[in-house]
Design a protein around this ligand. Structure first.
Ligand SMILES: Nc1nc2c(ncn2[C@@H]2O[C@H](COP(=O)(O)OP(=O)(O)O)[C@@H](O)[C@H]2O)c(=O)[nH]1
Ligand SMILES: [Mg+2]
Length: 318
């Protein structure tokens, strides 16, 4: 399972309280103040990782807390600081702070971003001495750690996105070209989440359920349309046994346009899938119907190694 959107609460550690304490020495009945400062609360950082599954850590844990600082103690001892937390976040995640409405993008591996700062420790009564008050009888409390609510959104999942109507053969192609084990079925919506596979250095994704109306929440498309936005190439799959290949193409293009117009200018190749199901003459007609789009058109069957090889080479040239 791939988690691509999750809301979490983050609480940095609170600062430890300052201490109220007085020196105790033999023959000095009333020693001066010696209460130490509280320790600082732990900070929370995000760090970029290449593991796309890293958001899975939030599946059952939606609240992240860093340790509080410890209180100060006698003899001017400062309390221990709370340990900082380093949270692994997949690159391509945008982090929206729902309280400030600011967004940070996690873009590179090892990128470290301070998300919530721990509170400073309170001053102990030793540090609070002043000219007017040499023996403060109180100390300051630690400051609370920063708190916020974040919406994490994983966008950048693949170099190449396979799009097309349900049943067009996207998952089958992904499996044939990569190490993925996507579910295949002769019914719509087998693919409920994007399937990823690796082909040489490229990550290929099978983007599920793009259907008419997906952009306004019908079907399963909306959730996944965003994954297309950062791919370098779209492989538009059209079932060559369809009666209206051009209509199928346009349906998907309309979805893309209504979601985000800029998707239309992405490099795209058209693949007429399941080529084994139609004869040569019919295939020629289908290719001709798509020719006027002035896009690269390939025909491919998962049963034909030669056609698969050509498709692979084409994808690798991006
Ligand atoms: N004959 C034939 N059937 C195919 C081919 N590719 C996919 N199919 C079948 O078409 C149906 C839908 O395929 P699937 O990959 O699940 O489509 P998706 O919904 O686009 O992911 C399945 O029954 C597949 O077995 C192909 O190249 N040739
Ligand atoms: Mg599928």
């Amino acid at each position: 399972m791939l988690i691509d959107e999750v809301q979490i609460d983050v609480h940095a550690g609170n600062g430890g309280h300052g201490s109220v304490s007085f020196r105790r020495e033999k023959f000095v009945p009333k020693g001066g103040p010696d209460g130490g400062n509280g320790g600082k609360g732990g900070d929370i950082y995000f760090i970029g990782v290449s593991d796309l599954g890293a958001l899975l850590q939030f599946q059952s844990k939606k609240e992240i807390r860093a340790d509080d600082g410890k209180p100060g103690t006698a003899k001017k001892c400062e309390g221990h600081g709370g340990a900082d937390l380093l949270i692994r976040i997949p690159i391509g995640t945008s982090v929206l702070d729902l309280l400030t409405n600011k967004t940070v993008e996690i873009e590179t591996v090892d990128q470290k971003v301070l998300i919530a700062k721990g509170g400073w420790g309170g001053k102990g009564n030793f540090e609070l001495r002043s000219a007017s008050n040499q023996t403060p009888m109180s100390a300051l409390p630690g400051k609370p750690g920063a708190f916020t609510t974040l919406l994490l959104n994983l966008r950048f999942i693949a170099d190449v996105g396979f799009i097309g109507l349900p049943n067009a053969g996207k998952s089958s192609l992904l499996n044939a070209l990569t190490n993925a084990h996507a579910k295949i079925g002769n019914y719509p919506f087998t693919t409920l989440e994007p399937n990823l596979g690796k082909m040489d250095h490229l990550i290929l994704a099978d983007i599920p359920g793009l259907i008419e109306g997906a952009h306004n929440g019908k079907g399963l498309g909306t959730k996944f349309l965003k994954h297309i936005s950062k791919t370098k190439l779209l492989v538009h799959c059209i079932d060559s046994s369809s009666e209206d290949v051009l209509g199928d193409y346009k349906t998907i293009r309309k979805e893309l346009e209504e979601h985000d117009e800029s998707l239309l200018s992405k490099p795209e190749i058209i693949v007429l899938t399941k080529s084994d199901l139609v004869d040569k003459k019919e295939m020629k007609k289908k290719v001709t119907a798509l020719k006027k789009l002035k896009k690269e058109i390939l025909v491919c069957s998962v049963l034909d190694d030669e056609e698969l090889k050509i498709l692979k080479q084409k994808i690798l040239t991006i």
